[in-house]
Ligand binder design. Structure first.
Ligand code: SF4
Ligand code: ZN
Length: 366
């Protein structure tokens, strides 16, 4: 891949230009939300290093990501759902947690073993979630087996992870790395950090793991973005395979979650999609990547959100549910033979796209 010259990153170009466009797109949103209610909460099951667990997933409403306010990532519409004004008090955040506990009590048979907290930003950024709130949340879930909290790598340190592991709770930090390739992360995703920052965060988690000794484990779950804008289908597949391999090789990173890009409102991806410049990835691509990386030393999972719809990862509509089911099976069993049982005529079209799509003619299909 060619390297940009330093001038490309001057004012008004490169990341500056991406941010300018993203700020304009995001300013089109008008919704505002109640700081005492979580953005979303649901029960599910998840594959973890200690097996498949019942999970409670919480999306806390924390005022949104600061990077998104600067402009932010080209595919991320989450800020459109965050609180106006940019910060949420300790009391309001704890009210949100209470709402989630009520949801769990009403809909689950017993308390979930796994708690996952996302914030549309960074749970470990103390300007979003203060130390007092973080510790109170760690106390609230001290009786669970495992926690996952989301953060950008800058905010990951061993002491913060220690707030959770000290209760004997296995703790993972989910990092939206998106890709191991710095060029793609910077120029296609418009995310500012480097792979080296991710490696540093993994080292912090490994240190926290060591400090927790036998009582709890700490580690990193990398979130990767399958098919950011501006990449062809085959470039995206190639980038994803090498990203999974590179993440799995970093000590402290035990799980990789590959998220196929979906078209969210108020994003650059949405503008491109609307102007026929973007197609979400094929589910065949997702299956292909999972097959190709089945032997890496990490759990690799994928949960294609919005599968089968035009704005989500999709094949031909006929086979979307079938392939999605195989992907979910793979998530739980890590057995690539699940993909041998699915086939469809549209696989031929996907092969042609993989072979013939170039940046100047993409997307080759809808
Ligand atoms: S993807 Fe994460 S870092 Fe990027 S704008 Fe969205 S919340 Fe912020
Ligand atoms: Zn099909």
């Amino acid at each position: 891949m060619s390297q940009p010259t330093p001038e490309v990153y001057e004012q008004g170009k490169g990341m500056d230009a991406h941010n300018q466009v993203m700020r304009e797109i995001r300013s089109r949103k008008e919704a505002s939300y109640d700081p005492h209610e979580p953005t979303r909460v649901w029960l599910d099951e998840d594959n973890t290093p200690t097996g498949v667990k019942q999970s409670l997933t919480i999306i806390l409403n924390t005022g949104g990501c600061r990077w998104a306010r600067a402009g932010g990532c080209t595919m991320c519409g989450y800020v459109a759902e965050s609180v106006d004004g940019g910060s949420v008090s300790h009391e309001a955040l704890m009210n949100q947690i209470d709402v989630c506990l009520e949801h769990e009590a009403e809909n689950g048979d017993e308390p979930a073993e796994l708690i996952k907290i996302y914030t549309s930003g960074s749970f470990l950024d103390e300007r979003e979630v203060g130390a007092e709130t973080r510790r109170a949340i760690a106390d609230t879930f001290a009786d669970r087996e495992r926690m996952v909290v989301e953060s950008l790598p800058d905010f990951v340190d061993r002491e913060k992870i220690g707030d959770f592991t000290q209760h004997g709770v296995d703790t993972d930090v989910a990092i939206g790395l998106e890709t191991a390739t710095d060029r793609v992360r910077h120029d296609c995703v418009n995310k500012y950090f480097d792979f080296a920052d991710f490696e540093d965060a993994c080292a912090e988690a490994a240190a926290a793991d060591e400090e927790a000794d036998e009582t709890a484990d700490a580690g990193i779950k990398a979130y990767l973005l399958m098919k950011p804008p501006f990449l062809t289908e085959s470039e995206a597949v190639e980038d994803m395979i090498s990203s999974i391999e590179r993440c799995a090789a970093v000590e402290g990173c035990h799980t990789v979650s590959m998220n196929p890009c979906n078209v969210q409102r108020y994003t650059m991806v949405d503008d491109l999609y609307f102007n026929d410049g973007y197609r979400p990835p094929w589910l065949w691509s997702v299956a292909h990547v999972l097959e190709e990386t089945a032997d890496v030393d990490a759990i690799v999972v994928s949960d294609p959100v919005g599968h089968g719809s035009d704005r989500g990862p999709h094949n031909c509509q006929e086979c979307d549910d079938l392939v999605q089911k195989a992907i979910k099976d793979f998530d739980l069993r890590q057995d690539p033979s699940v993909f041998e049982q699915v086939s469809c005529e549209c696989e031929r079209t996907w092969e042609v796209v993989m072979d013939r799509e170039r940046s100047f003619n993409q997307p080759l299909t809808r």
